[in-house]
Design a protein around this ligand. Structure first.
Ligand SMILES: *[C@@H]1O[C@H](CO)[C@@H](O)[C@H](O)[C@H]1NC(C)=O
Ligand SMILES: *[C@@H]1O[C@H](CO)[C@@H](O)[C@H](O)[C@H]1NC(C)=O
Ligand SMILES: *[C@@H]1O[C@H](CO)[C@@H](O)[C@H](O)[C@H]1NC(C)=O
Ligand SMILES: *[C@@H]1O[C@H](CO)[C@@H](O)[C@H](O)[C@H]1NC(C)=O
Ligand SMILES: *[C@@H]1O[C@H](CO)[C@@H](O)[C@H](O)[C@H]1NC(C)=O
Ligand SMILES: *[C@@H]1O[C@H](CO)[C@@H](O)[C@H](O)[C@H]1NC(C)=O
Length: 457
């Protein structure tokens, strides 16, 4: 800095300092004595204490059943809290405490006020059930919740997390989607956009993502849809390589996240898309179902996916079109019931499993949809060195493209959103001060004049 300027600058500072001191002379406060601001505001809906949680008797019985012990399995991950939801009749905390062996284990729920201070004498003893989830009774004015394992002293330091409001009188969404399995090192962005847009055409208005292992590039899709209010993404902090049990973790996290938020929830993997005969509206179909419908299952057709997904979008629509899965792959198997997939009603199932509910309410009925009305298209890879990539042995496939109108609409939507997410948002050179354009060039950035000419590439 020029010495003249720096002199002026420091005198200015001095003046400010003098004015400041003379006007606001206060006693210094020792930092350590600063406490969280005093009183909490209490919302009427949160003025509820209950001595039990929803289905507690049944959950304790199920949770302590010996059948879980039979499924003993390694679970390398310790207890961390993912999220907590407060419903009308219970609180559910989802965790990373995976493993069948842990089901039924004793856990203490701890409740905290708006200042993150523990509310005295409110602890509640519960168990792990269903899978990596703990249900707790409600406590008036609790804003945060934590869990503790009575036999592990170190678990006392687990920090409380906020409770997400789910005590809606009616679910906000009629049809939501649990879209699963974001781990492994393949590029996922295009499959996510295709899947979201495909299910939006059917009427889905909410998507639940559990991000476990994705690149910064892929996660832009989550950020984009979250901002639009079309999705909720939860990020799992990982210090372990995910194993197959993370699939159940994802499904159970999604089950609780969707409960009282979406009325009907489709449970699919990233490579699976629900197809519904275009003569009927899927949402209208849902409206006609008997109230005690717990699950709706669909047959599955496998579609041969011969290559890995496109890595990155390069502002090239022709290239994108060549890589759209729903146009690229038409070799389809017959629709079969071997591994059905489906839609569930969160109020009538209690826990999810890979393909259907692990636990259904005794009052719930299950409907199977005729394959010519609706089915799942499963774009299953045959790329070598992937899980069960030799599945095609024993399958017969025929040429069966997507319905033409549906494919055209999906293409339009995918083009639009991929461009919204990944097209470079370039500035107009006119917006930069003339003398800054040289800096811009030096930094290797680009801009484009209104006449279309670009500076840099
Ligand atoms: C908290 O509320 C009490 C009772 O209304 C009041 O006396 C007190 O001043 C409040 N404290 C703060 C820090 O607002
Ligand atoms: C669970 O709770 C709901 C709501 O109170 C009730 O309708 C249902 O019958 C219960 N199910 C079981 C298995 O206890
Ligand atoms: C919430 O709970 C109260 C009392 O248990 C009950 O009267 C009310 O109907 C419940 N509301 C919903 C949406 O379940
Ligand atoms: C766009 O992609 C197509 C197909 O991959 C390719 O032939 C074409 O050269 C690309 N265009 C540009 C401008 O890179
Ligand atoms: C799949 O079918 C669609 C619709 O008929 C067609 O546009 C596309 O080119 C086909 N894909 C291949 C790889 O043959
Ligand atoms: C576009 O505008 C810029 C800035 O005025 C100018 O330098 C450039 O030559 C123009 N390009 C064309 C093709 O007119």
């Amino acid at each position: 800095m020029d010495s003249r300027i720096s002199l002026v600058f420091s005198s200015l500072l001095l003046v400010c300092f003098l004015i400041h001191v003379s006007v606001y002379s206060i006693e210094p406060i020792p930092t350590l004595s600063i406490k969280a601001p005093g009183n909490c505001t209490y919302e009427a809906w949160n003025d509820v204490t209950q001595h039990t949680f929803r289905n507690e008797t049944k959950y304790r019985k199920w949770g302590l059943s010996k059948k879980w012990q039979l499924k003993q399995s390694v679970s390398p991950v310790g207890l961390t809290l993912i999220s907590a939801f407060v419903y009308n009749d219970s609180i559910s905390v989802t965790t990373t405490f995976i493993g069948y062996k842990r089901v039924g284990r004793k856990v203490i729920c701890r409740y905290f006020d708006c200042n993150r201070e523990e509310i005295p004498n409110t602890e509640f003893e519960s168990i792990i059930f269903p899978f990596a989830v703990v249900n707790c009774a409600r406590r008036a004015h609790a804003k945060y919740i934590s869990l503790m394992l009575p036999d592990e002293q170190s678990s006392k330091s687990i920090q409380p997390i906020p409770m997400t409001f789910r005590a809606f009188a009616e679910p906000l969404h009629e049809f939501g989607v649990c879209l699963g399995q974001f781990y492994g090192d393949t590029a996922k962005w295009l499959e996510i956009v295709e899947s979201v847009e495909s299910h939006r055409i059917l009427g889905a208005t909410m998507f639940y993502f559990v991000s476990i292992e994705v690149t910064m590039y892929d996660s832009q899709v989550f950020t984009y849809y979250d901002r639009l209010g079309l999705s909720e993404t939860v990020h799992i902090l990982m210090d372990h390589k995910p194993n197959y049990q993370f699939h159940e973790l994802q499904q159970n996290e999604c089950y609780y996240r969707s409960r009282q938020h979406s009325k009907w929830v489709l449970n699919v993997d990233l490579d699976e898309r629900l197809m519904f005969n275009k003569k009927y509206s899927f949402v209208n179909f849902l409206r006609t179902l008997p109230a005690n419908t717990g699950e709706i299952t669909f047959s599955v057709a496998r579609v041969v996916k011969r290559e890995n997904n496109m890595e990155k979008y390069e502002n090239n629509q022709t290239q994108l079109e060549e890589n759209l899965l729903f146009l690229k792959y038409n070799e389809t198997s017959d629709r079969g019931w071997g591994v059905p997939k489906g839609v569930f009603n969160p109020n009538l199932v209690h826990s999810l499993f890979y393909h259907f509910a692990r636990l259904r309410d005794p009052s719930a009925i299950v409907l199977n949809v005729l394959p010519n009305i609706g089915y799942i298209r499963h774009y299953r890879t045959v790329v070598a060195n992937t899980v069960a990539s030799n599945w095609l042995e024993g399958y017969k496939v025929h040429n069966e493209p997507l319905d033409h109108d549906f494919a055209e609409e999906l293409k339009r939507r995918v083009f639009l959103e991929v461009a919204n997410i990944y097209n470079k948002k370039e500035m107009k050179c006119e917006d930069a001060a003339v003398e800054k354009l040289e800096n811009l060039k030096m930094d290797g950035d680009s801009c484009v004049w209104k006449n279309g000419t670009r500076i840099n590439k």
